[in-house]
Ligand binder design. Structure first.
Ligand code: NDP
Length: 528
């Protein structure tokens, strides 16, 4: 069978993409299974892990140690630490693997993603448990991260098959075709905050499109990336197609980005690092034969706008969920609420009430706790500094106290009456801090929402169809939500990525995403 026919047959066999359901933890068996996974992962604390380059395990003397942010004396994993030399070797190993992987039929590549998805389902609670312990996600957030990862695998496998089926018009006397071929060696650099979903999303898209990659996990979350890497190995991914290279971004990351054989960089993380990668990648290196492509997803300062026609109870609840899910450490977090004058005081009261109800602080390995620690000591310092700035720039409505606890716990904190141009309303804090600003009317509220350098997500709460129509056009963000929270994008349903300094709007989990990892070759063949 021809590749096209094989892709068509496989698409029919696997059927349409369907979102993986979240776990219902109120079912006692599910809760028990999660407890068991937590215990299993605790039993693996402190294990050592190698780099894997070209299928070969490499153990370095220098190590990178990750700890549990709820109990920083607990070592979660010990990882080998790549230096510049090993980073170069990893690029070369990927280049060698690319020669055969790029010629492997799309159906075989897609099969590997589907096998990985099946393994991920089997190990789903274990994967989530790593996130509870290595980055401090609560049960529900960790489960959602794993579900998103499974969705990416299932979705990109199908998207690759669909790309095989793209057709062009025919001119008489010719056979005209278009083929999406891979780019080459890619460097995949994810952040720690969606340590499974984003790692899986960026890397699986690159791999299924026929590229070979170097995966450099974030230094705060290599154990989760390692659990995923093992799944790729178990799913039968050939050696060298994905090389596992834990190590500091500033060293290994830069060598990978600069390497003349690197063809593209898929990055998700802060604006500062993203812009630096963009600049370095633009500079051609001796021996480089292409323009490097960068796929950059960066920060946000996302806003929830509420007008006087909105359902205030729903808005209050969603303001809290948008701002404080995973301690506000989401690029999509609604870290600003912008509320019109007429309902400002009433809504503030409701917001504080919801905060008291929802934001139960404690170890994230206990199901009843919503708010865990922030990821690291440095993140703890940064966020507490911003809280001090907030005390000058706004009126403390909720939280703000120093907690006497082991671990990097920060009390979720809300500042009201914040001027839209205040630092805490403009800079990405990436922690549990919400600013609330008052506006004269709904149009001004949307202007304020648009008034930062970012443009990632946003939510508008209103019952007025005309205003909603205006918001759909004028609220300038990559992911806009109407009358629902601004976090929780679903693969295949809400393709994700932002405008302006939020990145290249690459729309992860959308129909165009794989194109970023391919180049199209058009062939016109004269018929005899
Ligand atoms: P960072 O930018 O600090 O790090 C992201 C990744 O880049 C890490 O793997 C890091 O490695 C690596 N890195 C650091 N320095 C360099 C360098 N000089 N060259 C190459 N790689 C480097 O971000 P965080 O991990 O702290 O993640 C939080 C940020 O991510 C927030 O700004 C958030 O908004 C953004 N984000 C954006 C999303 C989006 O889709 N738009 C989604 C999720 C998060 P190491 O860990 O070793 O330093």
């Amino acid at each position: 069978m021809e590749d096209r026919q094989k892709a068509q047959a496989m698409l029919e066999r696997v059927g349409e993409f369907k979102s993986e359901p979240l776990t219902n933890f109120s079912v006692p068996e599910n809760a028990a299974a999660f407890e068991a996974a937590l215990a299993k992962v605790r039993g693996q604390f402190g294990e050592k892990h190698p780099l894997v380059i070209g299928g070969e395990e490499i153990w370095t003397e220098a190590t990178l140690v990750t700890t549990n942010p709820a109990h920083p004396d607990q070592v979660v994993g010990i990882f080998s630490k790549a230096d510049g030399e090993l980073a170069k070797q990893a690029v070369e190993a990927a280049e060698a693997a690319f020669a055969t992987w790029s010629r492997t039929p799309a159906t075989e590549r897609a099969e590997i993603l589907l096998r990985a998805a099946a393994l991920m389902r089997e190990r789903r609670h274990e994967l989530s448990a790593w996130m509870v312990y290595e980055v401090g996600k609560n049960w529900v957030e960790a489960d959602a991260d794993t579900v998103e990862a499974i969705d990416f695998l299932e979705y990109y496998a199908r998207q690759m098959l669909k790309l095989e089926l793209v057709e062009v018009y025919q001119t008489p006397g010719e056979l005209d075709t278009l083929h999406y071929i891979p780019l080459g060696v890619g460097v995949v650099i994810p952040p720690w905050n969606f340590p499974l979903a984003i790692t899986v999303g960026m890397s699986s898209a690159a791999i299924v499109a026929g590229n070979a990659i170097v995966l450099k996990p974030a230094s705060d979350s290599p154990a989760i990336a390692w659990a995923y890497f093992r799944i790729l190995q178990d799913a039968g991914l050939p050696k060298g197609v994905c090389n596992f290279l834990s190590g500091p971004g500033a060293i290994a990351g830069e060598v990978l980005v600069d390497h003349p054989k690197t063809r593209f960089i898929a990055f998700t993380g802060s604006k500062e690092v993203g812009l630096r990668i963009n600049e370095r990648a633009a500079r051609p290196q001796p021996g480089q034969r292409w323009i490097k492509r960068t796929i950059l997803e960066m920060g946000g300062k996302d806003a929830v706008v509420v007008d006087e026609t909105a359902d205030l109870d729903a808005a209050a609840r969603d303001i809290i969920l948008s701002a404080f899910g995973f301690q506000g450490q989401k690029c999509s977090a609604g870290s600003r609420a912008i509320i019109v004058d007429k309902v400002y005081d009433a809504l503030l009261e409701k917001v504080a009430e919801q905060a008291r109800k929802i934001l139960v602080i404690g170890d994230p390995d206990k199901r009843e706790h919503y708010t865990g620690p922030v990821v690291s000591k440095s993140q703890f310092r940064t966020v507490t500094e911003y809280i001090e700035i907030g005390k000058q720039e706004g009126r403390l409505l909720y939280g703000g106290k120093v907690l006497d606890r082991d671990g990097y716990f920060i009390e979720p904190t809300i500042f009201a009456d914040v001027a839209p141009d205040a630092r805490i309303a403009q800079e990405e804090i990436f922690g549990p801090v919400l600013t609330i600003s008052k506006t004269a009317d709904w149009k001004e509220a949307i202007d304020i929402a648009n008034g930062t350098e970012f443009g990632l997500t946003g939510a508008y709460y209103s019952a007025d169809p005309e205003r909603i129509a205006y918001a759909k056009q004028e609220f300038h963000v990559g992911n806009l939500y109407i009358n629902r929270k601004c976090t929780g994008a679903l693969v295949g349903i809400h393709p994700f990525g932002g405008f302006n300094m939020s990145g290249t709007d690459s729309k992860a989990g959308g129909p165009d995403y794989l194109l970023l990892f391919t180049q199209a070759k058009s062939i016109g063949q004269k018929l005899p």
